[in-house]
Ligand binder design. Structure first.
Ligand code: ADP
Ligand code: MG
Length: 647
């Protein structure tokens, strides 16, 4: 007997399920898409235990005829496609006929459905791919699908499921996305009887954005309007039209992850590198590299122009005219950003990108940038930029030069061979060694972790370079210190110490700050509420999807409270898959440190410089900021003497 066998349907479905059903959110996605394809205008989702125990979706769509209700669980059974030709122009969200059999093969599933044409409905029960029973019963028009005990019969898959909040966050994000793409539908999401999302039909996407994200987000966004561009079609005289609509954030919004980018092609939520790149290219030099905007982009085109059959999960697409689409998105976003005046809030101090190498900002097209940035109200008074009472007042930071404040300055590193040896204190993970510059005229400074840290303790400030770097003389040479990252490190360690001791100094806010949260943020909030408290924020939930901040750490100044809280939630969200509370704690401290630290382009007098150097000398790890950027460069005496041919 030969060795090759045909797999049973059950096994084949379970294999397909591996691709279609990755986690509870993928089940939700398939079921939502089916309901939308069925023309439903009301979709209600119930989730229990992050979707592991229960996922139920009820719709008022066309329902299924009795025969179809059974057929739907056959592999490749679909009502949406009949020939390969149809595959070239798919107008529905589903088409592969794989979802229902796949889901039914790895769960206990109940389908209840009634089509308009039939007077009674059908109930089908399947467990682990096996038909348990079929009943006839009275049902309203539409379909309800209940999926229980996902992966009950595939323990290997079950192990890969994350915690309840993580799985729920994925579901909430997904439903949020779909609700944005379909403003004309009623969509509800409940988890363990808590309502996470509930939206009613509206005519404008703008109104849906308001329903989902609240007014705060809306004020940070710029309406793209409608952009159209044609590409010559296959036949002479025939043009393929592409249309782009949506909302993008102004340059003051700099997210640390891509979670706030929503891309839809013909109403289908997708992840696409090409579109993502087109979008970020539109922001080149408007926001620092490594940061991301908020964006809600709807691209519509002839279905024949885009292949959605790239992957079973249908989240990847392939455009026939890839580079045309890329440039269209980039140009539309760019044009909107450079023409628009934001409706927006105060300019946020630029934050360093997290651990990413950054570009020098010198070539920034300042006119464009300032045009956008200067629309906002004046920056916060500098007093708020200092930790409470520790530093005396200084003059206003030079916001006009803010464009230069973002990326850290970069230095050229030449051939390390030329470097004279230096005594080392190893700090693993950092570049070490003195580094001559490429022109060979002046030896450039060493990253200072390669030197005796004791030397930091008696540095004498000589002055400031470009109001941004402190020049200091030390026993062992000449030092250049980045004032912002140095202060950031000082504050970071201070906050960590205070948190550990439970002694964060709090300031009561005069008026509690109410923040509206997205469904995803609300879930993160529940998870990290205690961490926020430990970090010095008094917060409490108020109403649905909003929190009130009553007190904040004294270090950060009232003007920064909102930004820091939202940033912390964002960090928690981006680290969803793996962040431990310890990591979140460090990130919270880093975030506070970054917001509260003095900026560059800020003149400091001698007392302040002395204070900063003294505090830096007291730090445990004075050589790099919490995000991994270097704090100090050093020209050793040896390098200096050698350059003057004295040794
Ligand atoms: P596909 O969506 O790719 O066609 P599915 O396995 O997801 O495949 O669904 C199989 C078929 O079941 C669909 O083609 C559709 O006819 C029917 N169906 C699934 N869900 C619904 C629903 N909520 N309402 C009406 N019909 C549905
Ligand atoms: Mg489907």
């Amino acid at each position: 007997m030969g060795r090759i066998r045909i797999l049973s349907d059950t096994v084949a479905n379970q294999i397909a399920a591996g691709e279609v059903v990755e986690r509870p959110a993928s089940v939700v996605k398939e079921l939502l898409e089916n309901s939308l394809d069925a023309g439903a205008t009301e979709l209600r989702l119930e989730i229990e235990n992050g979707g592991r125990r229960l996922i139920r979706i009820s719709d008022n769509g066309c329902g299924m005829l009795r025969d179809d209700a059974l057929l739907a669980f056959e592999r490749h059974a679909t009502s949406k496609l009949s020939s390969v030709k149809d595959l070239l122009a798919i107008a529905t969200l589903g088409f592969r006929g794989e979802a229902l059999p796949s889901i039914a093969s790895v769960s206990r599933l109940v389908l209840e459905t009634r089509a308009e044409e039939e007077s009674t409905g059908t109930r089908v029960e399947i467990a682990g791919g096996k038909l348990i029973k079929v009943d006839e019963m009275a049902l309203p028009r539409g379909t309800t699908i209940t999926v229980r005990d996902l992966f009950f019969n595939v323990p290997a898959r079950k192990k890969f499921l994350r915690t309840e909040p993580t799985e729920l966050a994925h579901i909430a994000a997904l439903v949020t996305h779909y609700s944005l793409a379909h403003p004309d539908k009623t969509i509800q999401l409940r988890h363990n009887a808590n309502e996470l999302l509930s939206v009613t039909p509206v005519t404008e996407i703008r109104e849906r954005v308001f329903q989902v994200f609240g007014s705060q987000v809306l004020t940070e966004l710029v309406d793209l309007g409608t952009h159209e561009r044609d590409f010559p079609g296959d036949e002479p005289g025939l043009m393929n039209q592409y249309r782009l609509r949506g909302f993008v954030s102004g340059p003051q919004v700099q997210k640390l992850n891509r979670n706030s980018i929503y891309l839809f092609v013909n109403g289908r939520l997708i992840r696409d590198r090409l579109l993502l790149h087109g979008l970020t290219a539109g922001y080149t030099q408007l926001i620092p590299p490594g940061t991301y905007p908020f964006a809600l982009l709807f691209l519509d085109c002839d279905p024949a122009e885009v292949d959605v059959n790239v992957h079973p999960s249908k989240t990847e697409v392939r455009f026939r005219q890839g580079s045309f689409v890329h440039d269209f998105v980039r140009d539309s976003v760019r044009r909107t950003l450079t023409q628009a005046r934001p409706i927006s809030a105060a300019p946020a101090p630029l934050q360093p990108s997290f651990g990413q190498p950054t570009q020098p900002a010198a070539q920034l097209p300042y006119s464009e940038f300032s045009q956008i940035v200067q629309g906002g109200p004046p920056p916060p008074p500098p007093s708020e930029l200092f930790s409470a009472g520790e530093l005396p007042q200084v003059s206003m930071p030079n916001w006009g030069l803010r464009a230069e404040a973002g990326p850290s300055p970069r230095f050229d590193f030449g051939d390390p061979q030329l470097a004279p040896p230096s005594p080392t204190i190893g700090h693993p993970g950092f570049v070490r060694g003195p580094v001559p510059d490429t022109h060979g005229a002046l030896p450039a400074g060493s990253y200072a972790e390669a030197v005796n840290l004791e030397a930091l303790k008696d540095l004498r400030p000589l002055g400031q370079l470009h109001d941004s770097f402190i020049i200091a003389a030390g026993r062992d040479g000449l030092w250049i210190i980045d004032q912002h990252v140095a202060h950031e490190r000082i504050l970071f360690e201070q906050v960590l110490r205070q948190q550990a001791a439970g002694q964060v100094e709090r300031q009561q806010l005069l008026v509690p700050l109410v923040l509206e949260l997205t469904a995803g943020q609300e879930i993160e909030y529940e998870r990290i509420a205690q961490e926020l408290d430990r970090a010095g924020f008094d917060t409490a939930p108020v109403g649905r999807r909003a929190i009130a901040v009553q007190a904040a750490p004294a270090d950060i100044g009232p003007a920064n409270v909102e930004k820091v809280v939202l940033e912390i939630l964002e960090i928690a969200e981006s680290e969803m898959r793996r962040a431990t509370l310890e990591e979140i704690r460090r990130n919270v401290a880093a975030s506070i440190g970054c917001r509260a630290a003095i900026k560059i382009n800020m003149p400091l007098d001698m007392t302040k410089m002395e204070w900063l150097l003294k505090k830096l000398g007291e730090c445990e790890y004075p050589m790099s900021c919490p995000h991994g950027r270097p704090i100090a460069l050093r020209y050793s005496m040896r390098e200096i003497l050698k350059s003057f041919h004295r040794i």
